[in-house]
Design a protein around this ligand. Structure first.
Ligand code: GLN
Length: 538
């Protein structure tokens, strides 16, 4: 039987429950335990796939094609394990299951209620992942903040589960905020007291309280929190602001979070904690030898979370290349041929981000043309690749008016068009081409050099594709299809001849980058940007 660690949050959102859960899991993994993490999101959407990135940040896609919360990205990046649809449950999914059962008549005439039917379904899902017997420890993060109406059924489910699970088989870690009031010159414990009180009114008593803080917690503050919140003083853990999220496991280990959690779960570590590789990564990340400038061009750039996995893939690639990347967020909507030189000429690399719809498309096309003509390393991801095909078709292959049918349904030259199996789809949720597909690389291509193997697998999230009717003419003009799906012949990668590094990918390479395995194309793109800088300097 797996042991369970529940992570709840109080006071405010955005305290970093996901990072806390991922960091603790990393520490437990480093001691030889098999750990997985799951996230329960209280919103009513079935998944975040239909949400605008402004609402909930990036939508993370798993190998099995589930559109999930971006915290799953952190779990994969920290633990270097793959998650699946079982790792992310939403209130929408819970209700969908319960309502389907009700329609089938499974409840035998009973009134269907939040307690016990919704809570039973939550509990079933909370235990599901541990039933495989694959894991020693399952960490369950409950999204939202204690006190939200939406979170209540989850808190109630945890209360019930703790009674049903054998003693010592579960613990609760509650993450709160201990704010610093500059005018009083003091850290304040009251919000934490209130948040724990809220939790306890629902019959849930935390075993460990993690306190997010920008100042160190004194002994006195820890004693106070322990006293008022009914936990041992050593179970009051400081979760200090960190330079990078990758520092958090190390900081939490200094606070002995893993030791205390294991002791409360009655578990002995199979081995001493080994964070050697993690610390080596941190060292490389923090001691760059060179600096390059890369432009991230997209339409949600003002929101940090919208391109989370791209930012993190750059972090992994920069540690690998021991360089600093000044990542400039550039709004595609404001790029035009009049200002493109001003906006992009100082960059060593240009990445055009994934996206949907028409907004900012001309800016993306202008940026791609600029990168192509000025030999600046270019990386196009999904929509970025599709627009690279459009730009090349128009300006190099002379196919006037070429476009994607996503932006212009009537275009005479649909070089990017809706995939055949998408044509009759009406529902928006979960219906794109999603998840992992194989891709065969052309020997000697940039992609092949980067991956060092011929057959790769990457994750997808799109409805439109490269139109193979134009393959011959575009290839003849110098845009090479260097990655092909072996089963369907779909073009997954395009590369430009006679350019230092110009690669567009239909898939989302950023989703599989981890600390232990930095994504090869990101590593190679950064290397190309470093070379670009050298060429500029000499
Ligand atoms: N909008 C494009 C499509 O659906 C690209 C999607 C993306 O960038 N993820 O094919």
């Amino acid at each position: 039987m797996a042991k369970h660690i529940f992570v709840t949050g109080g006071v405010t959102s955005s305290l970093g429950k996901g990072i806390l859960a991922a960091s603790l899991s990393k520490l437990l993994q480093s001691r030889g335990f098999k750990v997985t993490i799951q996230k329960f999101d209280p919103y009513i959407n079935v998944d975040p796939g239909t949400m605008n990135p402004y609402e909930h940040g990036e939508c993370f896609v798993t190998d099995d094609g589930t559109e999930t919360d971006l915290d799953l990205g952190h779990y994969e990046r920290f633990l270097n394990v793959r998650t699946s649809q079982a790792n992310n449950v939403t209130t929408g999914k819970i209700y969908q299951t319960v309502i389907q059962k009700e329609r089938r008549g499974d409840y035998l005439g009973k009134t269907v209620q939040v307690i016990p039917h919704i809570t039973d379904e939550i509990k079933r899902r909370m235990l599901l992942i541990s039933e495989s017997g694959e894991y020693d420890i399952v960490v369950t993060e409950v999204g939202g903040t204690v006190g939200d109406i939406e979170s209540l059924p989850y808190i109630e489910a945890i209360r019930q589960l703790r009674l049903e699970l054998p003693n010592q088989d579960s613990i609760i870690i509650h993450l709160t905020l201990v704010p610093y009031l500059a005018s009083a010159g003091e850290l304040k414990t009251k919000p934490t007291q209130h948040s724990v009180k809220e939790l306890t009114t629902h019959g849930v008593f935390p075993d460990i309280i993690a306190c997010r803080t920008e100042r160190h917690l004194s002994d006195e503050i820890k004693s106070k929190i322990a006293l008022f919140c009914n936990v041992e003083k050593r179970a009051v853990i400081e979760s200090a602001d960190a330079d990078t999220i990758y520092d958090v496991p190390v900081l939490l280990q200094e606070e002995k979070l893993d030791e205390i959690a294991l002791e409360k779960l009655g578990l002995q570590s199979p081995q001493d904690s080994n964070l050697t590789n993690w610390k080596a990564f941190l060292h490389r990340l923090k001691h760059p030898k060179k600096t390059i400038k890369i432009g991230l061009i997209g339409k949600y750039v003002e929101l940090q979370d919208a391109y989370k996995s791209i930012h993190e893939a750059f972090n992994h690639a920069k540690a690998q290349n021991e360089c600093e990347i000044e990542l400039e967020n550039i709004h595609s909507q404001y790029i035009s041929s009049d200002n493109v030189d001003l906006k992009l000429s100082h960059l060593n690399g240009i990445l055009v981000a994934p996206g949907f719809g028409d907004r900012g498309i001309n800016g993306k096309l202008t940026a791609i043309k600029y990168a192509r003509e000025n030999n600046i390393p270019f990386f196009g991801i999904c929509l970025g690749m599709q627009m690279a095909v459009v730009e090349f078709s128009r300006h190099v292959a002379g196919i006037e008016g070429a476009h994607s049918t996503e932006m212009n349904e009537q275009t005479e030259h649909p070089v990017i068009s809706l995939m055949a199996d998408q044509k009759d789809i009406v529902d928006k949720g979960g219906t794109m081409r999603l998840g992992a597909y194989d891709c065969a690389l052309k020997e000697g291509s940039k992609a092949h050099q980067a991956y060092g193997e011929i057959l790769i697998s990457e994750r997808h999230r799109h409805r439109f594709e490269f139109n193979n009717d134009y393959l011959e003419v575009l290839t003849a003009k110098g845009l090479k299809a260097t990655g092909i799906n072996p089963a369907t012949n779909l073009v997954e990668i395009v590369e430009l001849e006679n350019h230092p590094w110009f690669v567009g990918v239909q898939f989302h390479p950023e989703l599989k980058s981890t600390v232990a395995n930095p994504q090869p194309l990101f590593v190679d793109f950064v290397e190309a940007a470093l070379k670009h800088k050298e060429v500029l300097v000499h």
